[in-house]
Design a protein around this ligand. Sequence first.
Ligand SMILES: [Zn+2]
Length: 205
Amino acid sequence: MLQDRIPIGERISYWPASSDPLCSDIAVYEGADGLWIFDVGFGDLAAKRVNSLPGKKRVVLSHFHQDHMGNLPKISWGQLYLGQYTFRHAGAGQVVAAPIEPEPGVRLFPIPSSHAKGCIGMEVDEMYAFLGDATYCTAKHTQGRLAYNANLLADELNVLRALKAQYFLLSHDGAFVRKKADVLAELEEIYARRVQGEAYIFLDE
Ligand SMILES: [Zn+2]
């Protein structure tokens, strides 16, 4: 139950997201200097899973939503990395305001996102990029509808295109591991629907 992580690469595995309780995927990367945990989920099972991991833990929070960071008070961690807005909720940790490489092979970077303020991504081995929910549309309805902010989407596309990783890992997605090219194509298709002078791209149009 605790160790049923799904392997991705040689040093990467994850526990998949759940909907009851709403809990993000929890990814584990075996770095040269200990484990990296990307998101800590929400709920007792997820907390137990994270706490069952041995050794020094470096935790990265993708964004401030409960299903991604709700377990923070329940888990033990050595170091914590997060975005400025998430820091306001967590009250601890190192803010990632610009790309950093805290260990060779691990790169943390801010992602402009319509989904949430202060999204952070983690790229490992120049092969995989954990993006949390950053590629998703607004979490709350805008004018009663789901939407992308056109300017944020443009900025986000620039950040994502520049990544070396060929695989994007998207939370709550049944596939979890997606090809970079496929994710970019979907987002570019949405961006192409923008209307001059309109701040938002509504998904139901
Ligand atoms: Zn979210």
